[in-house]
Design a protein around this ligand. Structure first.
Ligand code: MSP
Length: 543
C-alpha cells in the first residue's frame, strides 16, 4: 500500500479509513444444477461477509461460475447447443439459488466475461515474459469428467480415475507448461512464514508434505478442444482450466488495468474452498501470482465434504440433496444454521433429515425461539411490554451475563473472519444457553411477588441479552435477525447493526414498548416415508 493510496481512502470515507475484507467462493462448474456442496461454501462466505460488514469493514464478496473446458463443451454438444448457449442456460439456476439462500454477494463473475478473458491472457503473458512458461509436450492419463491428468501411480486398478473411478484415457499433445518446479522452495517458505495461510492446520501439513515430495511443471494449455481462452501468443492453444479459473479472483478486483481497485482489494483476505481443490489454491495459485509479481492471498480455508446417510452424493445413486427443496421445506435460516452447527466447519459431515429436524426443534425452536417468546411474554405480563429502567444493585449473576455477552463479541471477532464458523456458533449457543440459565435462576415469576426493583433489572437484562443475540445470529440467520429486530423495536435493520453498538451493555432504551411475543422458529415434523414436512403443533411457551 502506498502512502498516496492511504490518503485517498481516508478522503473517500470522510475522514475514516475503512479496513477492507475480500472474500471469495470457488467459481462453480456449470455442467449441472447447483447442489448442497455449492450451497455450503457460498453460505459460509456469506456469513463471513455479513460479519465483516458488522465489523464496519469495506467488504467485497465474490462468487461466480467456471464455464470453460472440455467437459462443458461435451455436455453442450450432447444437447445440440453451443457451449455458450449451454452455460447461459445454467447460470440463472445458480443466481436463483443464491437469492433463495439470502446470499449477499457483491459481484458474480463468469469466466466467459470479456474482462476475464483479457485478464487471463494478460497474466499468461506476464508469466511467459518472466520466463515461467515454455512450450513442451504433454503425455499422460487424463480423466475427461474430472478434467485432470494423472500419473500412472495415481490411478486405481484397471486404469480408473482416483476421484470418480471412471476410465481414464492416454493423451499426448503439445502444451505450454508453467515452471512450478521453480517455486518449490518459495512455496515452502511461504507456508513456513505464514502459518495462517492454509487452514485448518491438518490440511496445511498435507500441502507441505505434498510440496516437499517435489513439484513437476504444470501443463496449462490444450490443443485437443477449443472451448477456452486462447493462448495470447499461440491461437492453436486454449488455456487449461485452472490457470483460467483461478485468475477470476484477480479479474473481479480490476486486474490488470484498474490498479486503484486492485491495490485496494488485493490480496484477497480469504479464499474459501472445498478440500478437493485446496491444492490448486495453495500450490498453483500462489506460484502463478509470484511469477506475475503479485501478492498471494492471506488465507485459504478448506472445508470438508457432505455425505448423505453416510454415502457420497451422486447422481447415479439419486441421493443428491437439492438445496432448493431444503429451503422450500424447512426455511432458509434453518438450513443456514444447520450446515454450520451440525458439522465442524473444516471436517467432513453427514446429512440426514433426522439430524436436521432435531437441530431445528431442539436448538432453534426450543433454545432460541422460546427464549425470545418467553422473554417478551414475561415483559408483557409483568410490565405491559414496556422495557423497564434497570434498577437496584447488580449481583454476580448479572455481571456474569453482561461479561459473557461482551466476551462473545470478542470471540466472534476473532473466529469468524478466520472462517471458524462452527466454533463461533458454539460460542453463540453457549450465550443463548446462559441467558436461558439466567432466566431460570432469576425466576422472574417469583420476583414479581417480592422483588419489584430486581424484576425490573432482570427483565431489562433479558431484553438486552436478546439485542446481543440478534447481532450474533445475524450473519448466520439474516432473515430471522430482521424479525428479531422488529420484535425488539430496534431503530435499524439487522444488516445495519455495527459492532460499535455492542461494545457496552445497555443499548436497549428503557421506556419503549416491545412486541408481545411470537414464534420465530416453528417446530417441524418430518415424515421419512413421504418426505413431507409439517409444522408440529406448538407447545405452549414454557417459563
Ligand atoms: N470450478 C472449480 C473451482 C474453481 S475455483 C477457481 C470447481 N467447481 S465445482 O463446481 O466442481 O466445485 C465447487 C465446490 O463445491 C468445491 O469447493 C467443492 O469442494 C464443493 N463441493 C462439491 N461437492 C461437495 C460436497 N459433497 N460437500 C461439500 N462441498 C462439496 O471445483
Amino acid at each position: 500500500m502506498t502512502e498516496n493510496y492511504n490518503y485517498r481512502i481516508i478522503i473517500q470515507n470522510g475522514g475514516l479509513k475503512l479496513e477492507k475484507f475480500y472474500v471469495t467462493t470457488p467459481i462453480y462448474y456449470v455442467n449441472d444444477k447447483p447442489h448442497l456442496g455449492h450451497a455450503y461454501t457460498t453460505t459460509a462466505a456469506d456469513i463471513i461477509a455479513r460479519f465483516n460488514k458488522f465489523l464496519g469493514r469495506d467488504v467485497f464478496f465474490l462468487t461466480g461460475t467456471d464455464e470453460h473446458g472440455q467437459k462443458i463443451q461435451q455436455a453442450a454438444e450432447k444437447r445440440g447447443m453451443t457451449p455458450k448457449e449451454f452455460v447461459d442456460a445454467l447460470v440463472p439456476k445458480f443466481k436463483e439459488l443464491w437469492e433463495k439462500l439470502n446470499i449477499s454477494y457483491d459481484h458474480f463473475i463468469r469466466t466467459t466475461d470479456p474482462e476475464h478473458i483479457k485478464a487471463v491472457q494478460y497474466i499468461f503473458k506476464k508469466c511467459y515474459e518472466n520466463g515461467d512458461i515454455y512450450l513442451g509436450e504433454y503425455e499422460g492419463w487424463y480423466c475427461i469428467p474430472c478434467e485432470t491428468y494423472y500419473t500412472e501411480k495415481d490411478l486405481l486398478e484397471g486404469k480408473l480415475c482416483p476421484m470418480c473411478k471412471r476410465e481414464v484415457v492416454r493423451v499426448k499433445e503439445e502444451s505450454y507448461f508453467f515452471r512450478l518446479s521453480k517455486y518449490q522452495d518459495k512455496l515452502l517458505e511461504l507456508y513456513e512464514k505464514n502459518p495462517d495461510f492454509i487452514a485448518p492446520d491438518f490440511r496445511r501439513n498435507e500441502i507441505v508434505n505434498f510440496v516437499k515430495q517435489g513439484l513437476k511443471d504444470l501443463s496449462i494449455s490444450r490443443t485437443s478442444f477449443t472451448w477456452g481462452i486462447p493462448v495470447p501468443i499461440n491461437e492453436k492453444h486454449v488455456i487449461y482450466v485452472w490457470f483460467d479459473a483461478l485468475t477470476n479472483y484477480l479479474t473481479a478486483v480490476g486486474y490488470p488495468e484498474d490498479t486503484e481497485r486492485l491495490n485496494h482489494y488485493w490480496p484477497a483476505d480469504l479464499h474459501l474452498v472445498g478440500k478437493d481443490i485446496l491444492r490448486f489454491h495453495t500450490v498453483y495459485w500462489p506460484a502463478f501470482l509470484m511469477s506475475a509479481g503479485l501478492e498471494v492471498p492471506k488465507r485459504v480455508f478448506a472445508h470438508g465434504w457432505w455425505t448423505v446417510n453416510g454415502e457420497k452424493m451422486s447422481k447415479s445413486k439419486g441421493n443428491v440433496v437439492d438445496p432448493f427443496e431444503l429451503v422450500e421445506k424447512f426455511g432458509v435460516d434453518q438450513i443456514r444454521f444447520f450446515l454450520f452447527r451440525e458439522v465442524s466447519f473444516g471436517l467432513d459431515g453427514d446429512f440426514t433429515y433426522e439430524k436436521l429436524v432435531a437441530r431445528i426443534n431442539g436448538e432453534l425452536a426450543n433454545d432460541l425461539g422460546n427464549l425470545f417468546n418467553r422473554t417478551l411474554s414475561m415483559l408483557k405480563k409483568y410490565r405491559s411490554s414496556i422495557v423497564p429502567e434497570p434498577k437496584g444493585v447488580e449481583d454476580e449473576l448479572d455481571v456474569k451475563l453482561k461479561n459473557k455477552a461482551l466476551a462473545t463479541v470478542s470471540k466472534l471477532k476473532e473466529l469468524i473472519p478466520k472462517a471458524e464458523l462452527t466454533k463461533a456458533l458454539d460460542e453463540i449457543w453457549q450465550f443463548v444457553s446462559f441467558v436461558n440459565f439466567y432466566i431460570d435462576r432469576r425466576a422472574p415469576w417469583s420476583l414479581n411477588k417480592e422483588g419489584k426493583e430486581e424484576l425490573d433489572r432482570v427483565l431489562y437484562n433479558m431484553v438486552e441479552a436478546l439485542r446481543f443475540i440478534t447481532a450474533f445470529v445475524y450473519p448466520y440467520m439474516p432473515s430471522s435477525a430482521e424479525k428479531m429486530v422488529e420484535m425488539l423495536k430496534l431503530d435499524k435493520k439487522a444488516e445495519s447493526l455495527r459492532i460499535s453498538e455492542f461494545e457496552e451493555w445497555g443499548g436497549i432504551k428503557p421506556g419503549i414498548e416491545l412486541e408481545k411475543g411470537g414464534i420465530l422458529f416453528p417446530r417441524v415434523e418430518y415424515n421419512p416415508k413421504t418426505g413431507e414436512v409439517s409444522i408440529a403443533k406448538t407447545k405452549k411457551a414454557t417459563k
